[in-house]
Design a protein around this ligand. Structure first.
Ligand code: GLP
Length: 240
């Protein structure tokens, strides 16, 4: 893993956007693996600015997202489909037909996961997969467990994740307790992985990433086995 430290969230976000922009400019029909959560919001903002000023072109870009709550309607403002439209897709020249997020209102979630895995494979290799990280070390929604899954699957969210994500929900909104997520194998098949970590709340999990251990109790530690991972962190997450 290559670790790049930045003094602020803004600098980290700008550096992440630069890496994505270079990828888009080198290969105009790249496949981007995208993530939600608060972490990549700054990066998406920069990418929108770059697109508006003509520095990058999304017209031939395809995207696959890591995960989606289940059950949830894509029109629900808490859904990850809504998040992606709102933070990126609605503001750049991407063809929405080329953007994929698991369907949170599929009647048969297992069939949807199987289908999503096929979609990811049909697009060819993901050129860059963007990841955030849960405080408990989850990536996508691969929660700490004795056994992790290789492929896209339905999963129950841990208490820790539900509590961490509850900050986005108002009192009258129901917090989903399940999700559809790419598996560890789906994520690992990307050529390059960009892991973004910011804020004090991620300091403990960042320490686990630096240790020489890998464990399914902290799924992100398995990233140490991937040949091309860049970790971008701010000083609050990585300390001195
Ligand atoms: C969610 C997402 C993850 C994300 C994580 C961290 O649970 N499924 O993909 O990395 O939250 O979120 P945040 O960036 O808001 O800390």
């Amino acid at each position: 893993m290559k670790i790049l430290k930045f003094s602020s969230y803004e600098e980290m976000s700008a550096a992440a956007a630069d890496i994505i922009a270079k990828q888009i400019n080198v290969k105009g029909d790249s496949v981007l693996g995208l993530a939600t959560g608060s972490t990549p919001v700054g990066m998406y903002k920069k990418l929108v600015e770059m697109n508006k000023s003509g520095l990058i072109d999304f017209s031939n870009i395809k995207t696959v997202n890591l995960d989606e709550y289940y059950p949830i309607s894509p029109s629900n403002r808490q859904s990850y489909r809504y998040f992606m439209n709102d933070n990126l897709f609605d503001h750049v020249n991407i063809d929405k037909a080329n953007t994929y997020v698991p369907n949170g209102e599929a009647e048969d979630p297992d069939a949807e996961c199987e289908n999503y895995e096929k979609i990811v494979k049909s697009l060819g290799t993901v050129d860059i997969q963007v990841l955030g990280i849960g405080q408990n070390g989850h990536i996508g929604f691969n929660e700490p467990e004795e056994n992790l899954y290789l492929y896209t699957h339905k999963t129950a969210l841990t208490e820790n994740t539900i509590a961490a994500n509850s900050r986005f929900f108002t009192e009258d909104e129901v917090i989903p307790t399940s999700a559809l997520t790419m598996g560890m194998g789906t994520i690992f098949s990307a050529k390059k992985i960009l892991l973004l970590i910011n804020g004090k709340a991620k300091r403990e999990v960042f320490k686990q990433l630096l240790s020489d251990r890998i464990t399914t109790a902290c799924p992100a530690t398995l990233l140490k086995l991937h040949p091309n991972v860049i970790v971008l962190c701010d000083s609050e997450a990585c300390g001195e």
